[in-house]
Design a protein around this ligand. Structure first.
Ligand code: UT7
Length: 308
């Protein structure tokens, strides 16, 4: 068994919107600056923590599947509700899945968390017969953002996306990498230095280097070219980063899905949120090949090539 079959997806619907016009009243910025530099028009902000957001996304994902088959819950997050128990254990409880054999844990790999999680889940499921896994990316980033810091508060939003998968013969190729560095992106546990900090230009340069590296790695493993791929779903950080990548490949822009105008950067939630909204719109069909690319704090980066 090679890869994963995606059985279902779901995402949390957050009603409260923080748009650029509201941010203009909070920090020295403008809608024009934010849209032209990032592509972001609004972000969704929730008073729910990353467990409750994850449960909402997961409930939608599991509603039509045999829940007794779920044997693994993995939650990618950098805003866990607690140091312990893990989000994944609390999600298990919130979904009333306590009465069955289950392994639950979180992954901390910032904006690469969902891509890392898929690779771990693909390996683990191979040891678990025909059980299903629930993979979630969930973030309440508003809890670690300084809304007086215009470098960061214009970028980030809250969100959660979930996916149920099982073992299959579908294509699955993955590449991960990391480089220990807390200078360019960090959110520390220090009460005196608590908010997310970012050196934007350095992250930008890092992103436009590692996204093509990650895409090339999985394409080479698969013996495919970008022409064989239906969609590339990059971590939704900045449309200029994504534009740089599709221009480099001389590839049509619509192959690179974007929803960051609507949601901003939701870190580990951004890829599953994109997948769930694409699935809801009917954009993804059985047999399509997708490349998912994550990059962010750690520094971490990587990609998975999957067949839907
Ligand atoms: O999940 C991964 C996390 N992060 C990322 O992927 C972020 C990657 N980096 C970026 O997206 C971009 O670097 C930013 C959007 C963060 C910044 O865009 P930039 O084009 O790199 O702007 P900059 O930092 O070079 O700043 C240009 C100017 C500066 O003013 P001066 O020095 O030229 O007078 C900034 O002070 O824009 C100023 N500026 C702003 N102006 C209005 C910085 N932030 C803002 C703002 N509104 N929010």
């Amino acid at each position: 068994m090679k890869g994963l079959e995606v059985l279902s997806t779901g995402y949390a619907k957050i009603n409260h919107i923080l748009d650029n016009q509201q941010l203009e009243k909070m920090v020295d910025t403008s809608d024009e600056w934010i849209v032209s530099r990032t592509g972001i028009k609004k972000r969704h902000i929730s008073c729910k923590n990353s467990v409750d957001l994850a449960i909402e996304a997961a409930k939608e994902a599991i509603k039509n599947i045999d829940q007794s088959k779920i044997g693994l819950i993995v939650c990618a997050t950098m805003t866990p509700a607690n140091r312990m128990p893990s989000n994944a254990c609390l999600i298990q409880a919130g979904l009333n899945l306590n009465e069955q054999d289950m392994m639950c844990f979180d992954i901390s790999a910032a904006c690469s968390g969902f891509v890392y999680a898929m690779t771990i889940v693909n390996s683990l499921l191979k040891t678990m017969d025909d059980r299903y896994a629930l993979i979630i990316g969930s973030e309440q980033l508003s809890s670690i953002i300084d809304y007086q810091d215009r470098n960061t508060c214009i970028l980030f939003g809250d969100g959660a996306g979930a996916m149920v998968v099982k073992n299959s013969q579908h294509a699955f190729y993955s590449y991960q990498n990391s480089a220990g560095n807390q200078e360019v992106l960090s959110a520390k546990n220090d009460p005196q230095d608590y908010f997310l900090k970012m050196k934007g230009q350095e992250v930008f340069k890092f992103a436009i280097k590692v996204i093509p590296e990650s895409i090339d790695q999985v394409l080479n493993q698969a013996g495919l070219t970008l022409d064989d791929i239906d969609y590339v779903i990059c971590h939704q950080a900045n449309y200029r980063i994504i534009k740089h990548v599709y221009k480099k490949y001389r590839c049509p822009s619509d192959k690179f899905y974007m929803n960051l105008d609507e949601y901003g950067n939701t870190s580990a939630a951004s890829i599953p949120l994109a997948l769930a909204t694409m699935n809801e719109k009917g954009l993804i069909k059985k047999g399509m090949k997708l490349i998912l690319v994550g990059f962010g704090g750690g520094l971490t980066w990587g990609a998975t090539l999957i067949e839907w």
